[in-house]
Structure formats: structure tokens, C-alpha cells
Design a protein around this ligand. Sequence first.
Ligand code: PHE
Length: 351
Amino acid sequence: MADALHDIDQGLDGIRTTYRQQLEAASTEQQLRDANAKILGKKGELTAVLKQMGSLAPEMRKQVGARVNALKTEVEQAFEQRLAALARAQREAELHARPFDLSLPGRVPVHHGHVHPIIQTRDELLSIFKDLGFVIAQGPEVELEENNFSKLAFPPDHPATDMQDSFWVSDGVLLRTHTSNMQIREMSTHKPPMAIVSAGVVYRRDDDVTHSPMFHQIEGFLVDENVTFAHLKGVLTAFAQRLYGADLKVRFRPSYFPFVEPGAEMDVACVFCRRPDGTHAGCRTCKGTGWMEVLGCGMIHPAVFENCGIDPERYTGFAFGLGIERVSMLRYGIPDIRLLFENDPRFLAQF
Ligand code: PHE
């Protein structure tokens, strides 16, 4: 048995030696794999030895088995090592042949998402009012009829309450048609003094180049003792001048909203056709008037205070509401409101 074992050992040594030489000589992964197959493949030399094991006497088989397995592990490890070394060498060679330029731009342009122009405008408007001392509040888009209309002193037969003008969800519940519902909500739950702004989405049955059935408004109101129309003018003029420049001219025109008395609309001098001397050429945007309407406002109606449990003999206040899309369209020169809602990346990427 000793002789037979000796022969086998020699055979295994032979396999080991040739294998090591072939590994050394291999300079590509393919050559490496070929060398490996010659030993461990289906027709490999070591495989052949393993196949003969069955014909050996049990005692012999045990000893030969141990030796063959040891060589097999050795071969496998040597192969892995050589493979890794080869991969490293290849990478090195590549790096030297074609060094990295870390300053090169990427191959695929990266698109950055950004804040929608309406939301940019909203945040800017809110931050102006925040600087003026107003507190920000939020409210729902699905609203009770009483918060949207009746507590704001709309008469029951007012055209705005009509099925044709508003989106009704169910009896007595609708999509709010303006953010003035926030006056009722806040004044019913807070005591004066208060100065509040609230931005949000509102809905009306309206649809053309300057009207969308869904749009954004900002509502603001201030309630305290001795608040006068002069405070309204002061705050809103400061706001408009922060937005369009300190030398901007504004004017207030009488107007009607059921929940204010007196009511007004504020116009700002057209920013598009203003001449250096302050006069206006008149253009399409201002329809030749030199003025642009930007918001509705007025002194809060005593009936509204009463509906919210605030004493109208003691308190007065002003309120205003403005459309965010309109401000956005004016400042960026956007001609059609629908562009703001189509979300075409070619449009949005410009902001
Ligand atoms: N809610 C009014 C509108 O949507 C605007 C407004 C708000 C007017 C507050 C006066 C006071 O047209």
C-alpha cells in the first residue's frame, strides 16, 4: 500500500506543478479559466483521479481522498488569488493608459427639481406679511356653506351661491370659493387683537386664459380696537411696494364685497409700461389704463364680527384677498394661466 500511495503522491505533485506553471503563465482571465478546467473540469486531471477512487480498497480510498481534497482546495484558492491579482493588474493598466479626469462633466445631464412658480410666489407673498407681523394660518378646501357664504353676510340669493358658480359637494358643503372662509374660522376661535394671513386653493366655475376653475388666494385680516381704513392703506401699500419697488404708486377704488364696508380694490401702477418719468404709455396688460387691479379689501362688516362672537362696538378691522396666479403671471409675464397647471417641464424649467 505504501508503494501505491507513493505513486499517487507523485502523480498529485505532478498535477500541482503543471498547474502552478500554467497559473503563472496565464495573463488573461480566459487562460486562467482554461488552466483551471484542465485540472478541475469534467475531463480535468484531478477529476480523473477522483473518478478512480471507487476502484480503490477502502483504507487506500480514505488516504487518497484526503490528499486529493487537499490539492483541490489548494488549486481553488490559487485560482481565486490569481484571478484577483489579474483583475488588479488590468485595472492598473487601464488607469495608466487612460487616467481619470475628475473635472469632466457627467454623461447624463442631471435635472434638478424645483419649487413651482405659484408656490415660489405664495411663499414670497407670505413672507412679506410675516415680516409685517402677520401670523400664518391654514384651513380646509372643503367647507361649510356658512363659513364660505352666510356668516360672511352673503344674502341667500347671491349669485356666487348659485349652482352655476360654485362646486357643491353635498347639501350645505362646497369647495371654498375664496379664502375668506378663514376670517370666520379664525375670528370664531380667537380673540382680538389678531393679524392673520392664510394661503390656499379655491374653486370657481370659471375657465379661460386668465381664469382657472382651481386657483390660489392669500387672505389677510387684522382686528383690534381703533383700526381704521388708514391702517388698511398703510399695510397694503407697504406690501405692494415690497413686492414691486419702493416708488410704486397704488390707488384704492371703491368696490363691493358683502363682508366688508366700505369695500375697495387696490390697483398698482402698471409695471410693464411705466416710463422713466413715472407716467404710463398704456399697454395690453393694463388695457391702456396704466393701472392693474391686484386685490380686494375693506373694513370688516359689523355683521361678520357678530357672526363670530366679536363685539363690533369695541373692535374694528380690515381684510384683503389676492390671487396668487395673477401676481405670478404679472411678474413673469405669463400670458395664459393654463401654462401654470399643465406642468410642461419646458415651461417649469424657466423658473
Ligand atoms: N374674497 C374676495 C374675493 O375672492 C376678496 C376679498 C377678501 C375682498 C377680503 C375683501 C376682503 O374676491
